[in-house]
Design a protein around this ligand. Structure first.
Ligand SMILES: [Zn+2]
Length: 343
């Protein structure tokens, strides 16, 4: 059973490949965070090692071991995994040593399964040396191994590597579809399913994790509360908020990009409310507050604010001075009137 949800085209493509025994030996799986890239990669690792027909059954000894991360032939390389080992030190790249370990492992036959599977998460974080080393490995004919490169941004992967992979792009799923699956297959309360499906941005994995772990939603609401406060705060307070964010950016870029997405999301909702499309609003639980704000601000100001946030995201990615970028963004976004809703 494929565990990936809402990606029927991808599943039927892979099932056909398995049936005809013509599955690619390298995949580049791209898509936004929590869309299901790792779930799909583990599904593929199960499929090529499954003991039943049709694979992956999800129930045989091999499938179970892979799902539990205990299969000797399935290797996962990710920044998060390396960071844990280094006790608090944050690594920002996958090094040539990581890829050399793969190179060594691939030269040996599978230990307990039919195929070795190598999953490289955050593949865009490979150093140039690591990418070159991986390219050499991909160029050598290997019959009993499958490589899966996972990335949120396929354009950052060297073209030489991309050309050797089958590309799978996971697309966001409609909120209505996610809402339906949460209620029907996971027995989630309909009100909660409505909120989660909209906040998930089409990423089923996020919606399901948030349904099962209260902390995820609490963290999101906390992050969003700070954004809402900053929207109505004085410039001085906003600058101090920008300072905090820039310090955070130097330690954990992804978390700040996550906060920028919350800013973008709120302004997108204001745009939808301003243009009379309330049904598409993501933050439905605070729609009342957003509606009030939308009424006090012009369409052009909303458009400019969205542009300012997007520009700031680009500048941050280009390694511009983070504090300056964020301060400029705070200047470009109008200060909203009135108190903010607290959850
Ligand atoms: Zn199986």
């Amino acid at each position: 059973m494929w565990r990936i949800t809402g990606q029927e085209d991808v599943v039927s493509l892979l099932s056909r490949g398995l049936e005809k025994k013509s599955l690619a030996h390298a995949f580049l799986i791209s898509g936004p965070p929590h869309i299901g890239k790792m779930t799909l990669a583990v599904d593929i690792a199960q499929a090529v090692n499954c003991l039943k027909i049709p694979p992956p059954c999800g129930k045989c000894q091999s499938c179970l071991k892979i799902q539990q991360g205990k299969h000797a032939d399935v290797h996962v390389i990710s920044l998060a995994a390396q960071n844990d080992e280094e006790e608090g030190k944050t690594r920002t790249e996958i090094s040539i040593d990581d890829i050399r370990q793969i190179q060594h492992a691939v030269s040996l036959p599978p230990f307990e399964g039919k195929h070795k599977a190598f999953i490289i998460d955050d593949a865009e974080s490979m150093s140039i040396e690591a990418a070159n080393c991986l390219l050499k490995t991909l160029e050598e004919p290997v019959t009993q191994a499958v490589f899966m490169l996972l990335t949120t941004n396929a354009s950052l992967i060297p073209e030489t590597i991309v050309s050797r992979c089958q590309k799978i792009s996971l697309k966001p799923i409609a909120a209505s579809e996610i809402e339906k699956i949460l209620i029907k297959d996971y027995d989630i309360d309909s009100q909660k399913a409505a909120v989660l499906s909209r906040l998930s941005h089409g990423c089923f994995g996020w919606a399901l994790s948030a349904a099962q772990d209260e902390k995820i939603l609490e963290d999101y609401f906390e992050k969003r509360s700070r954004v809402l406060e900053a929207m109505a705060a004085s410039l001085q307070e906003r600058f101090s908020y920008a300072g905090t964010l820039s310090t955070q950016f130097s330690k954990d870029r992804a978390s700040v990009y996550g906060i920028m997405d919350v800013w973008l999301d709120i302004w997108r909702d204001l745009l939808l409310l301003k243009t009379g499309l309330p049904d598409s609003v993501n933050n439905i639980d605070i729609a009342g507050q957003l509606k009030q704000w939308a009424a006090t601000i012009g369409l052009n100001a909303i458009r400019d604010s969205i542009q300012a946030i997007q520009e700031a995201k680009i500048q941050l990615a280009l390694n511009a001075n983070a504090r300056l970028v964020l301060e400029v963004m705070m200047l470009d976004i109008p200060v909203m009137a009135g108190n903010t809703v607290k959850r």
